[in-house]
Design a protein around this ligand. Structure first.
Ligand SMILES: O=c1ccn([C@@H]2O[C@H](COP(=O)(O)O)[C@@H](O)[C@H]2O)c(=O)[nH]1
Length: 235
């Protein structure tokens, strides 16, 4: 049985462990899953993941592995050993890397985490891609990488909610879409470029919406999470 059916993945991007745990202690694993990214994993390592799991939360380990196939496969297997619910790689690591990552999870059977791939970061726009020599739009480049990810047999992709309606149509309804760049109306976009509100994302058909600063930097993170959950029920 899943711990929760909530689509919200809270990006637990704190540099201070006490602040992170104060927030976690005020919320319930039925309300959301937690995403541990590069900042907190670098600071606090696997023990943070164990602490969150010990409090009943599913953990998405968002380390976006991007390396040679052998290294990526071993890193993904190490994440599976930690018992995380979801782990990810960069699709731009290519098909051999993604296939190696998928194969590394076979020995874990039904206990394997969901394996997804990042397409085009939600902080990137057309100009950022041009700077990399990519002349496709972010949506076109993301679609190319999402198709490659699907063909490698991964569970889904990280993309923008702006791409969700089209991806569900052309890539498949069961292919999971995990969308950062979620901003409740009126909140600061910050460094994000391809954004949508939680309600828009729900209507676009995203499976999981990643929300960080609008929650973690609010005066009352637990209350803000409740408000977002409420707004989704009204969508
Ligand atoms: O394309 C991507 C991939 C990952 N992220 C991560 O999601 C959160 C977003 O946090 P906000 O504070 O809501 O912007 C953050 O941990 C990123 O590393 C992303 O934003 N875009």
């Amino acid at each position: 049985m899943p711990v929760t059916t909530s689509p919200i993945l809270v990006a637990l991007d704190y540099h201070d462990l006490n602040s992170a745990l104060q927030f976690v202690d005020r919320i319930d694993p039925s309300q959301c899953r937690l995403k541990v990214g590069k900042e907190m994993f670098t600071l606090f390592g696997p023990s943070l993941v164990k602490t969150l799991q010990g409090r009943g939360f599913d953990v998405f380990l968002d380390l976006k592995f991007h390396d040679i196939p052998n290294t990526t496969a071993h890193a993904v297997a190490a994440a599976a050993d930690l018992g995380v619910w979801m782990v990810n790689v960069h699709a731009s690591g290519g098909a051999r890397m993604m296939n190696a990552a998928r194969e590394a999870l076979v020995p874990f059977g039904n206990d394997a985490p969901l394996l997804i791939a990042v397409t085009v970061l939600t902080s990137m726009d057309e100009d950022d891609l041009k700077g990399l020599g990519i002349t496709l739009s972010p949506a076109e480049q993301a679609e190319r990488l999402a198709r490659l990810t699907r063909d490698c047999g991964l569970h889904g992709v990280v993309c923008s909610a702006q791409e969700a309606v089209h991806f569900k149509q052309v890539i498949g309804q069961d292919f999971a879409l995990v969308t950062p760049g979620i901003r409740p109306a009126g909140s600061d976009a910050g460094d994000q470029r391809r954004i949508m509100t939680p309600q828009q994302a729900k209507l676009a058909g995203v499976d999981y919406m990643v929300i960080g600063r609008p929650i973690t930097q609010s005066a009352d993170p637990a209350a803000t999470l409740q408000q977002i959950l409420q707004s989704l029920q009204e969508a």
